[in-house]
Design a protein around this ligand. Structure first.
Ligand SMILES: Nc1ncnc2c1ncn2[C@@H]1O[C@H](COP(=O)(O)OP(=O)(O)OP(=O)(O)O)[C@@H](O)[C@H]1O
Length: 589
């Protein structure tokens, strides 16, 4: 996901333009307000000069004092408005990026997203977008406003005294060039630090996912050390960035202090030689101070912009994830292919071959799963989950085709295909805070009665009725505890609530005890007789309930038929005799 190094500067500049484009209007408002505030500030030395000269010539000071007050007040108002609008622009800018990231990640193919570390993705969505929000817009506005302010200030100084003006330009230019040399270094160190923050987040995510295993394996120290390694590296890179930033800041301060003293010394000589008035010298010194703050903020802005662009580059890496529709060459607007009337309903794989990259997994697999229960068995790594992924079009076959009710699934809009299939993934994650949300996830407008019915089908009705708030009880992280088996039943209930033609269950009942697993499958086969159910399992007891058992071996169909028919096959018998052990309540079965 890392962007190509050669295209980095181009990419960030282009993406900055791209993300700012929708907010051009607000950006213009911010620039006008900030330029106005700076212009008001630049008027103040001129008003001060009038006052100083007025004191020397005993003139009436009411007018100049009123002008100075008015200019200062206007500057304050413009500053307030500019600050507020700039904050709003920053938020809108980052909101656009965050929304695009969410869509890009969710729209990406399963295989591409699963290939990346969750921690790294989280860090890009969280920490990197926050960094972009805090740095980029302010820095960008400064980079436009400050040079204009500084240039105007210098022109005004030149108009007051060409000689002193030339000295101010020379000294400030030398200082700015010196600072520019350190900007790049700060950006590189910050980018480096962000990468380590990503890796650190990945470690935390891994620990949280396997918290019990970490404790039970007594790997707390090793995990802490791994976390520390990345945290320390991020610390070192940020400290390096702070050191370089401090150097840039000091150079900026020193340059202005030095300029002030040089102008004061030479200015006094010019006043005594009557080349300029006292009011002129006061105005020029005020300009040196007024230019000082923008020049300093320019230093900060350049390094902040580099930090923001570094974060934007990491974000761009994520935004380059291909989209499922492109990757699978899906045409959503394709007209619906009519189901051939006399073709019996089925999911059919026709000589399907598939491999991850160049590693073959399935070879010439031909299966037909009609209405009823088809159980897929086979040893670990035989390709059972992959087969379900092909039916869902999470991946595409290298060769062969898959037909749903006689229609090639590539001819169906992806959204229609997935609406007709319900899928329970191996981990059966809990999706939603309450039982109701978890069971209704992905289904709109499901009635209370229907929810109760599906919960009954999976044997959860009694459990739910005993919960303090029934269907609205919070479960999981923020609510009542839920066992692995209950979580799986809830996932199956969710799939049933969708009321689709095909039900794909990937070891969706593995955490139930064999008795309850058989009960559940019996209940499903009884109540959902008109559905195509394909269930992957390691529990051979399930095979008894199946209308058809398909045994995969070495990526090919080894045997197919009813359980009792397959018992004549030695490899199948071996599988039945030595199913993979499952642990239940601490006992191996
Ligand atoms: N995303 C992936 N990238 C590369 N290889 C993969 C990927 N997913 C699975 N594989 C490989 O493909 C093969 C088949 O995996 P699959 O998960 O389909 O097997 P399975 O029969 O479901 O195994 P199990 O019973 O252990 O769940 C395995 O060798 C696995 O390592």
């Amino acid at each position: 996901m890392e962007p190509d190094t050669a295209t980095r500067p181009m990419t960030s500049a282009l993406s900055l333009r791209h993300w700012l484009a929708p907010h051009r209007g607000l950006l213009a408002v911010v620039l006008v307000l900030e330029l106005g505030a700076r212009a008001a500030a630049l008027m103040q030395p001129l008003a001060a000069r009038e006052i100083v000269d007025g004191v020397a010539s005993d003139a009436d000071l009411t007018g100049p004092i009123a002008v100075l007050g008015g200019v200062a007040l206007t500057g304050l108002c413009l500053n307030y408005l500019g600050y507020y609008q700039r904050g709003k622009l920053s938020e809108r800018f980052v909101l656009g990026i965050r929304r695009a990231m969410a869509r890009r990640i969710i729209g990406a193919p399963v295989s591409r997203v699963e290939a990346h570390s969750t921690g790294d993705v989280l860090s890009r969505v969280g920490a990197d977008t926050t960094l972009v929000q805090q740095t980029t817009v302010k820095a960008l506005v400064d980079l436009v406003v400050v040079p204009l302010t500084v240039a105007s200030g210098i022109v005004l100084v030149l108009l007051i005294d060409l000689f002193l003006g030339t000295i101010v330009i020379t000294l400030l230019t030398a200082a700015t060039l010196a600072e520019a040399r350190v900007f790049r270094r700060v950006a590189l160190d910050t980018e480096h630090a962000q990468e380590h923050v990503g890796a650190m987040t990945s470690v935390v995510q891994r620990i949280l996912l396997a918290f019990r295993t970490v404790k039970a394996s007594r790997t707390e120290q090793a995990e802490t050390a791994s976390f520390d390694r990345h945290a320390d590296a991020a610390y070192r890179a940020n400290v390096r960035a702070a050191r370089t930033g401090a150097l840039a800041d000091t150079v900026a301060y020193a340059a202005v202090d030095f300029t002030f003293l040089v102008i004061l010394a030479i200015g006094v000589l010019r006043v005594s030689a009557d080349a300029i008035g006292v009011g002129d010298l006061v105005a020029i010194l005020l300009y040196v101070v007024y230019i000082q703050e923008p020049v300093e903020s320019l230093t900060g802005s350049a390094s902040r912009l580099s930090e923001g662009l570094a974060a934007l580059r990491r974000i761009t890496g994520l935004l380059r994830l291909p989209q499922e529709a492109e990757a699978l060459r899906v045409v959503e607007s394709r007209p619906r292919v009519p189901v051939v009337a006399d073709v019996p309903r089925s999911v059919r794989l026709d000589a399907v071959s598939f491999g991850y990259e160049d590693r073959p997994v399935l070879r010439e697999v031909s299966i037909s799963a009609p209405v009823g229960v088809t159980v897929l068995v086979g040893s670990s790594g035989a390709g059972k989950t992959t087969l379900l992924s092909l039916v869902e079009r999470f991946v595409e076959p290298d060769r062969g085709r898959i037909l749903l009710d006689g229609v090639d699934i590539r001819d169906l809009p992806l959204s229609e295909l997935r609406a007709r299939i319900s899928y329970v993934q191996q981990e059966a994650p809990l999706l939603g805070a309450t039982v109701r949300e978890a069971a209704a996830y992905g289904t709109t407008g499901v009635s209370e009665q229907r929810l109760e019915q599906v919960l009954e089908s999976v044997g959860l009705a009694e459990w739910v009725s005993g919960l303090p708030d029934g269907l609205d009880t919070e479960v999981g992280e923020r609510g009542v505890g839920i066992s692995g088996g209950q979580r799986q039943r809830l996932a199956v209930a969710r799939a049933l609530a969708r009321d689709s033609e095909v039900l794909l269950l990937d070891e969706a009942t593995s955490q139930l005890d064999p008795f309850n697993e058989r009960l559940l499958v019996k209940s499903l086969t009884r109540q959902y007789r008109d559905r195509i159910i394909i269930a992957v399992t390691h529990r051979m007891q399930l095979a008894h309930e199946a209308d058809q058992v398909v045994m995969l071996r070495g990526g090919a169909v080894h045997a197919r038929g009813r359980h009792d028919q397959l018992l004549t096959d030695p490899a199948y018998r071996e599988l039945v005799a030595s199913p993979e052990p499952t642990i239940h309540n601490g006992q191996m079965r």
